[in-house]
Design a protein around this ligand. Sequence first.
Ligand code: SF4
Ligand code: SF4
Length: 57
Amino acid sequence: MAYTIKSNCIECGKCEKACPKGAIYPGCGKYEVIKRRCIDCGRCKAVCPVGAPEPKK
Ligand code: SF4
Ligand code: SF4
């Protein structure tokens, strides 16, 4: 499993700073997760002001 970032992302960058694996990067219109790096720690979801990161199978 890995987290993904939904389209309601407002590009604040908090998740990128919080991710311990460097798995998040600014994409086009929203931030993105590099799935093979994600360890499902949930920190991105914890810091996101709009609840955009979600665990996905
Ligand atoms: S769940 Fe953890 S490892 Fe995965 S993208 Fe979010 S902060 Fe990074
Ligand atoms: S913390 Fe949430 S709103 Fe901010 S860049 Fe990450 S996913 Fe987008």
